[in-house]
Design a protein around this ligand. Structure first.
Ligand code: TZP
Ligand code: MG
Length: 217
């Protein structure tokens, strides 16, 4: 197996960038999170031009280096342009079999799912992990819909063998519950990038998640 797929087994806190919410800026957030032990970064940028995205993505790739998986949200063209480790796509984006044909077997493809059926379908289609969304209500993504609750994580966990990344409304108070209900990894965008200290927040999330997963830090 080529690429960084093996690293997927080690992910816990998963950073998704948000330049609109970030206090210090996306590159600082990535730098701080990776320096604090984050092993997976998704570059999610909705406002910048393709040219700006490619320039920023190249810098993120350098920061992630061999230490963290570097994925691009939605933009398969940008992922290809910078030779990222893969992409994260949604239900209405490019069908996964076509994305796989374009990206190749060694790249990581994550797919957002909302229920068991979508998760089973994602695994069958060759997704490397699912992003289960939204666990709780969130103001960060206006069209995310209502939170599905932590019990649904266990249902999805029992239905698929690929890693489950939980997303939506997760903070330091509820994240232990999210992991105890079956998530392998989690995203907490606003909790981390809106804080004054991304390094500290990342470290604290990682410590809580690893303890809940029973991993030694
Ligand atoms: N996809 C589903 S919910 C969400 C995304 C990108 C936003 C999560 O943000 P937060 O601040 O962690 O609730
Ligand atoms: Mg998308």
């Amino acid at each position: 197996m080529t690429g960084k797929k093996d690293l997927l087994a080690e992910i816990d806190f998963y950073l998704v960038t948000d330049s609109g919410l970030s206090k210090k800026g996306t590159l600082f957030d990535v730098q701080d999170a990776v320096a604090s032990g984050c092993r997976i970064v998704q570059y999610r940028e909705k406002k910048k031009s393709t040219k700006e995205m490619i320039a920023e993505a190249l810098q993120i790739k350098t920061i992630c280096s061999d230490d963290a998986i570097f994925l691009v949200n939605d933009r398969i063209d940008v992922a290809l342009a910078v030779d990222a480790d893969g992409v994260h796509i949604g239900q209405d984006d490019m069908p996964i079999d076509i994305a796989r044909a374009i990206l190749g077997a060694g790249k990581i493809i994550g797919l957002t799912v909302h229920d068991i059926d979508e998760a089973i379908e994602a695994e069958k289609s060759g997704a490397d992990y699912v992003g289960l969304s939204p666990i709780f209500d969130t103001a960060t993504k206006s069209d995310a819909g209502k939170g599905i609750g932590t019990e649904r994580i266990r249902d999805v966990k029992n239905a698929v063998n690929i890693p489950i990344v939980a997303i939506g409304g997760i903070n330091k108070k509820n994240c232990k519950n999210v992991i105890e209900n079956g998530a392998d990894s989690l995203v907490a965008i606003s909790s981390v990038v809106c804080s004054d200290d991304v390094k500290r927040e990342t470290k604290e999330f990682i410590a809580i998640i690893r303890e809940a997963l029973g991993r030694i830090s």
